[in-house]
Design a protein around this ligand. Sequence first.
Ligand code: DX5
Ligand code: ZN
Length: 212
Amino acid sequence: MLVSPSLLSADFSRLEDEIKQIDACGADWLHLDVIDGVFAPNITFGVPVVKSIRHLSDMVFDLHLMIIDPLKYIEAFAKAGADFITFHIESESDPAQTIEKIHACGCKAGVALKPGTPLEAVEPYIDMADMILIMTVEPGFSGQSFMADMMPKLKALSALCEGKDKYIQVDGGIGKDTIATVAQNGANVAVGGNAIFGAEDRAEAIACFHRY
Ligand code: DX5
Ligand code: ZN
């Protein structure tokens, strides 16, 4: 299991320390939740923040765009230092065009599904994409409860991806009590917000994810 701690749960008054510490604790990727207040009910951060934290770490920058028109901003986020750019299938951008743009900008492309969206919505794009993200909470906030009823969708996605060398990411409410379930159902990248940044021992919290 690869671990992608979500910066949304960090202390924003001490971003440099938080990023360097999470890197030293063994995180593989850094999950960056960009929310525009339209696609989901929260406003987080955008291109200037991603750009200004890029030099702090060599971790893979794993951007999760919860914005209404991702295509418009791909180039700017790529230039700011994104490695993975994941956008939502429910956004207004054309999915195939958006994946092509992400690749043209030199990044890996992910497609995300909200809990209410059926797997069929992303099926036509699985071959083009590098990663599919199954949301296990409604997009917007960290600290929400894990939706176990997403597991059949995750399992069906894993079956579709068999032998295809895809990243299968889960995001929302993942922690020591839910990591085994997502691993059993085929996830190979787990995002962790509160379970990692809120842990007394962050290295141990990351190690717990890595055990699966
Ligand atoms: C929710 C974000 C998540 C969130 C995860 O919209 O996509 O990445 O920050 O936080 P936890 O792990 O606390 O649910
Ligand atoms: Zn996220």
